[in-house]
Ligand binder design. Sequence first.
Ligand code: ZN
Length: 300
Amino acid sequence: MIIDAHFHVGDFRGPGLEGRVPMTWENQLRRLDEEGIDRAIFLPVYNASPEGAPLPMIYREGHGLREQILAARSHADRIIPFGNMDPRWGTNSPETDFFPLLDWFQEMGCRGVGEVTANIPFDDERNVNMFRQLGERGLLVTVESCGFGPGHYGYQDEPGLPHLERLLELCPKTIVIGHGPGFWANIAPVAAPEDMNRYPKGPVAEGGAVPRLLRQFPNLYADLSAGSGWNALTRDRAFGIRFLVEFQDKLLFGTDVCFADAQGRMPQLGYLKALLQERQLPAAAYEKIVAGNACRLLGL
Ligand SMILES: [Zn+2]
């Protein structure tokens, strides 16, 4: 069994991405077949938060949150849908009651929400309110992340992830799945605030906030998807392998595939399979990372 914990469907062409091939359900299901992936978590995106809605996308067909979730439901044998939301919805205050929305997500079969891209600090009190309600319902939350200040999308944090740490402390019942450049830059100590918005390279002499928080907080997990996850895992191959082994109970294989062209494919699964074959990754760790942890969190 292999589960991709992070993929999208839609037409995400925009400035600089004009030549890419949009991702349809048909293309995405074919990709899962070709890669030998049995099930996958669908994340509806680019419409929940203003920062996550680059302009050409929101007036293209198929990007409404409701229609994305309904489309995912028609592939329920294979696809696990998540909802999506923004902590500023409702009353844009720490008082918003999200339960009616969570009721609908759960009626639709959603097991979580994400990726949430709200460009506010992780521990903003509106976000703490939303995450507590997600935790009450047992809904997982996948988070996009970046550095502090505007100009990027995803939750804001500083080197060392103090805002994520406070959120994890305040919402112990909420399972948070870390993702994105701001999160993964912290696999090692982050030298400069700008590194939170890019893929820092180079050897990892000592682990940063990501391994520290994964050790400290039972409610923190991480998906290995996207260029950010790939960079964190491979910038120092030996460290990456030790990281996979130590956190084999907290990591989820994912791709973040959102274009149908060859350039859109991700190398994570092939890499994990190679590590298994080379006996650098024990079989039990491999199985947990590619499926077991997701099965446990999703109650499959
Ligand atoms: Zn994504």
